[in-house]
Write a protein that binds this ligand. Sequence first.
Ligand SMILES: [Zn+2]
Length: 358
Amino acid sequence: MTSLPSKQARAAQTLTDPRWPLVQQRDKTADGRFVYSVKTTGIYCRPSCSARQALPENVQFHSSCQAAEDSGFRPCLRCKPNQASLAEQQQALVEQACRLIAEAETPPSLEQLAAQVGLSPYHFHRLFKSITGVTPKGYANAQRAARVRNHLQQGETVTAALYDAGFNSSGRFYTVADKLLGMTPRAYRDGGTNVRIRYAIGSCSLGRLLVAQSDRGICAILFGDNSQELEDDLQRRFPRAELEIADAAFSQTLSEVITFVEAPATGLSLPLDIRGTVFQQRVWQALQAIPPGETASYRQVAESIGSPRAVRAVAGACAANSLAVAVPCHRVVRNDGGLSGYRWGVERKRALLEKEAD
Ligand SMILES: [Zn+2]
């Protein structure tokens, strides 16, 4: 006869879960990424709920409200976890505006954007800046700069890349390029010389984990068995960058990534700095469209990017991925559904897929 896990075992499970500190700190930024339930009351809450905190042995984490309700819990009346908070509604409006900017050939005006999301230009501008840290115009410039970056990585000349991205005056671009790219276009094409990358190493259920960040976002999430192996891997991927160990302030970022790796359905709100050829970027974008819990074959991915015969090249792009889980190359399987290889070991791939299948 098997007995239920002891009180200590249940407490230990909660105490070692990376989501528990977020609940203890009532971290608002964790809202929407997961909920937790309390066995003794039968309710579930947002991480930021102001209700008295439960004992760890009575707490359980769920990736969504639906998952908590399927386990028989009711939404808390105080934090209303099943209704979008004001912050979430505002976040959704800003995301909508970001999509409009990204999809437009020429950047929409402030008035057009504000009208699309149903706010006055004044309020929209303030809200956009408070959430993204940049103005709508600054964001549109960064989008165009990203397009230039893609062309530069293909080896196009700087002038041609500017032209392709819709900049008609290269002089104007150079004045903003340094700020947007963190380096000049020529330095970027030359392999990222002088780029500063900070990194930290922590532990997760799949072993050791390295998280690296450039000025533009998270540029590497790598698994390994020890620190030396991870540092060598990072150096190989960014041979000309200046690598340095991050200071203590980075631990928040590290813990956010670990939370995400442990429960990918919670999503990662940190910006990513994705570097690769245009083809690799197309593949990685297609991978990001495969939801947690589902898989696709190399052939399906090749078809989804409109290159049905590029199956081997798709496999190559998966192997070159530097952002484990954030670019979910573990969700790509053989045509017959078999696991096939994984850059960080097939055992980790199996563990990730099993975790997501729950
Ligand atoms: Zn609550």
